[in-house]
Design a protein around this ligand. Structure first.
Ligand code: 5GP
Length: 192
């Protein structure tokens, strides 16, 4: 998606540890026009499959998740992060190692918000090692539902997540695919 790539080129900052900071429009300050356009683009790319619900993870997936769910006219549910090891009887739970915070979190969704026999679109702002997406896929499977696909804003395809998701058989649609962050510059891959 050209507009997203342009904003990344103009405003993105490469931090140590292969982290791209885009907090001026994606995950601190949020550009609502760009977010809605990204949601529409994801809805368009997945228009050939049935989608009952969008699932994302707090906090930075929520804007894109809402935009996609609005475009698809379906509910959005976001997984909550919790460091508590308590069992959550009313929730589906998965363990996720956080790429940016370097801690293991549990992510959870109340069972009543993830019914069985649905087709669920997973959405997130970034894809790095695939932990968040695979954790959300686990929640969907625990619920007895199907993953319709995974929609990502910024896919750092040089890290493990991109290939992992495809190897696991998930349909991945990424709006900007990054081939490398070498030399503190963003190099895009033209197709996935
Ligand atoms: P993964 O779970 O695929 O390893 O990492 C994805 C999650 O980590 C996303 O939910 C995102 O919040 C965060 N993340 C991973 N890489 C980056 C990055 O380069 N920049 C930002 N801002 N967040 C990232």
């Amino acid at each position: 998606m050209e507009e997203l790539k342009r904003r990344i080129r103009e405003e993105g900052i490469v931090l140590p540890g292969q982290v791209l900071k885009v907090d001026s429009f994606l995950n601190h300050q949020i550009d609502p026009m760009l977010s809605m356009a990204m949601g529409q683009e994801l809805a368009h790319r997945f228009s050939d499959v049935e989608i009952d619900r969008v699932l994302t993870v707090e906090a930075s997936g929520i804007a894109l998740g809402l935009a996609a769910a609005y475009a698809l006219h379906v509910p959005l549910v976001f997984a909550k992060k919790s460091q508590s090891v308590l069992m959550h009887e009313d929730a589906y739970v998965a363990d996720v190692y956080s790429y940016t915070k370097k801690v293991k979190n549990s992510i959870l969704v109340l069972k009543k918000f993830l019914p069985p026999d649905e087709s669920v679109l997973i959405v997130d702002d970034f894809l790095a090692n695939g932990e968040a997406s695979l954790g959300m896929a686990s929640l969907v499977h625990q619920a007895g539902s199907r993953v319709a696909g995974i929609g990502i804003a910024v896919d750092k395809a040089f890290q493990r997540g991109h290939d992992r998701l495809i190897q696991e058989g998930y349909r991945l649609e990424s709006l900007a695919v990054i081939a490398s962050l070498e030399g503190n510059r963003v190099h895009f891959r033209e197709s996935i």
